[in-house]
Design a protein around this ligand. Structure first.
Ligand code: ATP
Length: 311
């Protein structure tokens, strides 16, 4: 996905879609950050982390629904906080399709009414697409939001955000509670949305398959700590598992874990160095395999938080 779109992006827009610099947010008993990363237009980034790691807080900071205690949040050229907007905050928000963790103020509205309301606020509102998404996601037009199941509420929130034809989609667990069929349809729609290289998506998820399918980059959080901003393909290339005849009797560079139940499996994040060291120690390497993204992220979490962390 990265290579397909990378040529277009810098021609279309020069500024990052989102820029966070040293962003900190503190609540009693919880502190997020400092978080720093840039989202360049044309890419999809996944926010991954265990429950309570600060993913929703990060989205609220980007929507100016929470104010940072330190650092700077810049979204589509607008600065939060401080009121230093090149355009008005409304103008910036009109270019953002946001799916919050919990939709506020939608409860008594039907999909039809919400569509009409959004059409008034979003200049690029795409009515035909909205109607098509309601059909595709099998969302009843006339039932109040609060009477919809959780999965249908998520689908409707996504359809609303998508139909704004935004520059930037901020999707806080859009597929949470959504069945696998609709989830696939949503992932397909995000891919379709990205076909124009000027657009940017940031989405939070616990589903690794979605990260594998959609994301160019991954933001990893754990208990408020920002563990990194990773290029997905680089992670997949960097980490490997080697199967060897016997465990090494000395420290081997790059090795992150050694499993000795049955054949010895060594995970390394520096394959060439590890391979050379194994050869030198005359340990036969009889199989080498790529790691799944889920295992890599889990190992990164474990490295920082101690064993037992789960994505
Ligand atoms: N308004 C608030 N006041 C006090 N604490 C808050 C507030 N909002 C969030 N928190 C705390 O911040 C922490 C992170 O919450 P957040 O919802 O950002 O995590 P998350 O990664 O989105 O979790 P999940 O995966 O469960 O959705 C939690 O401990 C939460 O209780």
């Amino acid at each position: 996905m990265l290579s397909e779109r990378s040529g277009i992006m810098h021609l279309a827009q020069e500024r990052p879609a989102v820029e966070l610099e040293g962003v900190i947010k503190a609540y009693p008993g919880f502190r997020l950050g400092p978080v720093s990363f840039k989202l360049e237009p044309g890419y999809v980034t996944a926010v991954v982390g265990p429950n309570g790691s600060g993913k929703s807080t990060l989205f609220r900071l980007m929507m100016n629904l929470a104010r940072p205690d330190g650092g700077e949040v810049r979204v589509l050229g607008g600065y939060y906080p401080g009121g230093d907007y090149p355009g008005s905050e409304v103008e910036i928000k009109q270019k953002i399709g946001y799916v919050p963790e919990r939709a506020v103020g939608h409860d008594d509205w039907t999909a039809r009414e919400l569509g009409r309301f959004y059409a008034r606020w979003y200049p690029r509102w795409n009515g035909p697409l909205y109607r098509e998404l309601l059909e595709r996601f099998e969302i009843p037009h006339g039932r109040r939001f609060k009477r919809l199941s959780k999965g249908l509420q998520r689908r409707l929130s996504f359809a609303l955000a998508r139909s704004c034809e935004p520059e930037l989609m901020l999707l806080d667990e859009p597929t949470d509670g959504v069945d696998p069929f609709a989830r696939r349809a949503m992932v397909d729609e995000i891919s379709a949305f990205m076909q124009s290289g000027e657009r940017t998506v940031l989405f939070a998820t616990h589903v690794m398959e979605e990260v594998s399918r959609l994301a160019d980059y991954v933001v990893l959080l754990s208990a408020g700590e920002f563990l990194g901003f990773y290029e997905k393909d680089a992670l997949l290339e960097e980490w490997r598992a080697f199967w060897v005849e016997s465990p090494p009797d000395r420290a081997v560079p790059g090795v992150v874990s050694v499993e000795e139940a049955g054949p010895v499996r060594i995970v390394t994040r520096s394959p060439e160095e590890t391979r050379a060291a194994l050869e030198e120690a005359r340990i036969e390497l009889f199989r080498s395999e790529a790691l799944q993204l889920e295992e890599i992220l889990e190992l990164l979490l474990r490295e920082r938080r101690g064993a037992g962390s789960r994505v």
